[in-house]
Design a protein around this ligand. Sequence first.
Ligand code: ADP
Ligand code: MG
Length: 460
Amino acid sequence: MERGSVKQEMVESKSEIKTGLTNAALIWSRILDVLQEQVSKDGFATWLAPTKGIQLEDNILKVEVPNSFFIDWIGQYYLNAIEEATKNTVNTQLRVVFCTKDSTQNSHAVTQIRSIKVQPYLTKLQERYTFDSFVVGECNRFAYAACKAVAESPAEVYNPLLIYGGVGLGKTHLLHAIGNHAKKLKQGLRVYYTAAETLFIELIQGIERGNTLNFKSKYRSQDILLIDDVHYLVGKERLQEEIFHIFNNLHGEGKQVAFTSDRPPHEIPTLEERLASRLQAGLVVDLQPPDIETRIAILRRKAEKEGFELSQDVAYSIASRVNSNIRQLEGCLIRLIAISSIQNKKITIEIAERALNAIVPKTDFVTKEKIIEKVANDFNLRVSELKSDSRTRNVALARQIAMYLMRKLINLSLKEVGAYFGGKDHTTVLHACDKIEQMRTQDIETDERLNHLILGIKGV
Ligand code: ADP
Ligand code: MG
């Protein structure tokens, strides 16, 4: 829906504005009302209640959160619910953008609805991301060493450098660390950090204004250019071309470029083709999920920095729940720190377990029974119907979704799933999973329904 209806909405809510709330605050608080019904009580209290709407311009609603962990956490868990709630509340494609107090002035589009995978982008080099604050383990030793070498000898060792790895494994951290370290070693060095998505927005703006020259010259005048999340370039040919030219130019002048991506280069085929010969001259390093010792070490390091006393058993409890995403690991710790400071008490393993259950359920909390119940509920059916042989369309679809979720959420084998549904053949299960996966990519409504279901099942 268009701007018109947001305006309409704003007009309609004039009477309420008199109460002193701004439009932004008002609309956001309505969205929060809806969200409160949809997410767990604890989740709401921790992550959503402390947010506030601060600005509404065109169709962008800016929401302020206490710190960047909130952006990460909300981005990870609540975007779908927020999107849904926004649609229901203002019946609009309002874009919700999150920012922290200190980033209000200088960061644009931090996290926006519809881009669940998009992490918050801060456009400046972040000082807190340094090599010193990066915990090194087997999983990241090589990437760390490569980044450090690049920072110490820009454009001399690995150019370009490409770091790839899954979400929350430290790509952005390392990229900033290169910049920070290089600047420290050589004063006056021009280092520029940006995200591929930001580049895209700038490019579009340049094209709209009929001027892409500024866009180019800004990037071409850097000594070190750091571009985060280039997987965003998939399918964006024009942007790839521009980036390739900028890169060529910098490379030709002996300037350093480093990229990150959530996948290896061969999974961004057109980019790889263009960069192929260059990448050979450079280096591609990957980040693996951290093992438990590294996870515990990261938690200890963070706790120490925050002046928080973290006992070994609590550290272990967090580390054994969250096994890959370091951002999530930090999120758990922050929650415990918050509880401890609000309630002014020491975090025992019991308190920790209770608090963590609410936000990161142990995977074994997700069971076949829970899945089938939630799905049946969502379709207004009985569990027994899903387990029956009924081929009614609705029942069949619900059954297929349940099968799919059992595979996806608890990794049951095809055989186990088949057995659970009264001895169905494993090819039936396979077919169901393929079908749902496909529907999910093709039909946005199904995708939303599933995301919602998954959140419900995980009890987020
Ligand atoms: P990515 O860009 O790969 O999604 P980030 O670089 O944003 O991940 O990392 C997520 C969070 O985890 C950040 O707060 C970062 O500081 C932290 N982090 C990641 N890896 C490490 C590590 N090895 N040591 C300490 N903190 C880390
Ligand atoms: Mg990142």
